[in-house]
Design a protein around this ligand. Structure first.
Ligand SMILES: NC(=O)c1ccc[n+]([C@@H]2O[C@H](COP(=O)([O-])OP(=O)(O)OC[C@H]3O[C@@H](n4cnc5c(N)ncnc54)[C@H](OP(=O)(O)O)[C@@H]3O)[C@@H](O)[C@H]2O)c1
Length: 274
């Protein structure tokens, strides 16, 4: 009897697959039977990963692209809209921790392109085909710092642009999750704390505060995939009490509902003092 024809393998596109969390996603998804489209600027790193995946019997298509450039993002977007992806991992990103007034404005804009524009455009590119087949998943790699806008703590880095992009990712993902509910497509914002990757390297060496709890990228991927299976839209890998996420949603709802009025709040009615 001849061997049965193998069912076609699902395919996942992972951005930022040349290092850290993205590479851990790529390895795990390949090990779980996905073919890959791997994206980053460092082609030699992607070639090494593709070779490793190939030796294990998988396939990885390499797409060298700078997601901060219109051409690079355009190329990935065209690939993403081909209609053959079961999963998209929007993971590429970098830190830009410094006081906002010292930041290079072009570098800050690049961060918005990579961590906001690319996330939005690639999600838009993959969704029609996923909805048409009634299945698929998008993981947008965010950060615990998405929750940190109101925290004035000296142990946290200066992070205006970085944390604001991640707050976008969370809001984008939560709203998108409501729109795609019932289609079979899952979306998730993955919000780890500090993870041991090259993200923290300065001049090739890791720069991390002492006593900071550090997660391994493989554990972050494990949490994400378990969270997807459980239907978690916000996946906070180390948050033991997930009811805190519900509480903050309730409190945001209360702020919104409490503002449903055409009258100014009493504290704004008096003319400002000279
Ligand atoms: N490490 C942490 O503590 C931590 C915590 C929370 C969230 N995160 C998030 O996790 C994600 C992955 O970071 P990581 O920790 O794994 O860092 P990493 O090891 O430095 O990896 C970052 C990846 O993003 C890619 N990338 C950066 N800029 C790019 C661009 N312009 N175009 C294409 N690819 C680009 C890099 O590839 P090339 O350089 O080869 O292009 C690399 O593959 C990021 O979104 C980050 O914000 C990290």
């Amino acid at each position: 009897m001849s061997d049965p024809v193998p069912a076609s393998r699902p395919r996942a596109l992972v951005t930022g697959a040349s290092s850290g969390i993205g590479r851990a996603f790529a390895r795990k998804l390949a090990g779980d039977g996905h073919d890959l489209v791997i994206v980053a600027r460092r082609g030699e790193r992607l070639a090494e990963l593709a070779h490793e995946v190939g030796k294990a019997g998988g396939k990885a298509e390499i797409l060298v692209a700078d997601l901060g450039s219109a051409e690079g993002l355009g190329a990935v977007e065209r690939r993403a809209s081909a209609g053959d992806l079961a999963m998209l991992v929007n993971n590429a990103g970098f830190q830009n921790y410094m006081p906002f007034v010292e930041i290079d404005a072009d570098r800050a804009e690049e961060q918005v392109r990579v961590q906001v524009t690319a996330v939005m455009r690639l999600s838009r590119a993959v969704l029609p085909a996923m909805i048409a087949v009634g299945s698929g998943a998008i993981v947008n790699v965010s950060s615990m710092l998405a929750f940190s806008a109101g925290m004035n703590q000296p142990f946290l880095p200066k992070r205006v642009t970085y944390a604001a992009t991640k707050a976008f990712v969370n809001a984008f993902t939560e709203l998108l999750a409501m729109e795609v509910a019932g289609t079979g497509v899952k979306v998730q914002a993955l919000c780890p704390g500090v993870v041991r990757t090259e993200f923290h390297d300065v001049d090739g060496k890791p720069v991390l505060r002492p006593n900071v709890p550090i997660l391994e990228p493989e554990d972050v991927v494990q949490a994400s995939l378990a969270g997807l299976a459980a239907g978690d839209v916000i996946c906070a890998p180390t948050l033991a009490d997930s009811s805190l996420l519900d509480d903050q949603q309730q409190s945001r709802n209360a702020v919104f509902r409490g503002s449903l009025s055409a009258e100014l709040a009493p504290r704004y009615r008096a003319a400002p003092l000279e």
